[in-house]
Design a protein around this ligand. Sequence first.
Ligand SMILES: [Zn+2]
Length: 472
Amino acid sequence: MAYKPTIGLEIHAELKTRTKMFCECANDPNEDRVNVNVCPICMAHPGTLPVMNKQAVAHVLAIGTAVQGQLADFTEFDRKSYFYPDIPKGYQISQYEYPLVRGGELSGVALTRIHLEEDTASSVHEGGKTLVNYNRAGVPLMELVTEPVIHDAETAGKFARELQLLLRTLGIGDANLEKGEMRIEANVSVSNGAALGTKVEIKNLNSFRSVERAVAYEIDRQAKVLESGGSVKQETRGWNEDTQQTFHQRYKEGSADYRYFPEPDLPKLRISELPEFSSDTLTQQLPELPSARRARYTEKYSLKEGDAQFITASVERSNFFDSVIACLDGNERQIQLATNYLVSDLAGIYAKTGRESYSTISPVAYASLMQMIDAGELSSRGGKDVLAELVIGEEDPRQTAIRLNVMQISDPEALRVVIQEVLSEEVHAVAEWRSGKEVSAQYLIGKIIKKTSGAANPAKTREILIEELAKK
Ligand SMILES: [Zn+2]
């Protein structure tokens, strides 16, 4: 029997802002000292008042514009009450009825909503005790919910990757999963009929690969439960990286009563009354989005789909590529070379060092290296050697090639001089070639390349050699 899996995602992402959501404390995810970015407001002391962080609102409106969602005209914040050590107020300021964004679409997946809330503190479990670090409490957090329209694990992973790329492209979040800056939950159900099956929520997904594997595992698990005549229980499950299995955490009994009510200490917002948040202004401020960038690479520069995908997957990589292209004056062959060297050789160098960074490599130098390779001035081995030097900050590819002794001789006149020398030395081979033994040409090319210490361009050498042989 065929089962139909249905997946919806809930993704939280910390937003990059100078200060926290409702106070002047620094929003610094790299702060190592514990409990230093705290104040009476984020600690919810009586008598304090929250003040809304405009930058955080702007960030959510920017992503809402990028996914072509409907931006709220009226919006407000609500208190979501629950009691837990990581939430000092006893409630979280979130959005319930009036999220900043409704609808929209990303990577072919329809979105339900995007809202803004504050993050909780982080708990550290140590020697049977739980310690709480409040630096993160009150940091602006975006929550994005998709419609339950995903039907396979691969699409779920692809969506999450695209969202990370979008957050980085917009410059509104770093979205590193391993640092908890982006947290993914997947709701998975499997049905054997028209109605949706029972929804199971999977938490603790700390990498895109875990998202894909956990979803695939859960689809399989639920299908087996149904197949054996059982029924799937509504529950929250975790993901065990070691065993590659989901495991039971707790049963969900209905929806918890968070006693949502409008936050009385914050003003209601009418977005349309704020000129900097008009949809025209927001649209104008958007950078080129990843999907548009990919399309530009494949359509304008005829890049292969896979190459365009690889280059745009990192904002830094893609910015570097654009700077290189700007130096190549629309030369398609050189752009193709620049692409090939980027996706294979440069990527290979970075894979070896384990750190991909474009801060030391000059796009101008990289572009001139491509032009030298295109002009046949360097052997292909020489191109790789010079590239390795550019990566560590060398800025003159020509001088580097000369220093490394990898310049290739392609100049016909220079080659002709060497060829004539070899022809006068190799009388026997020349005679053989004239008597119809064509392999003798290969022997002569070998001699010529040897005489130039490997610098003669093989293709050019062959061309001129045949010309010279035919002359006599
Ligand atoms: Zn504070």
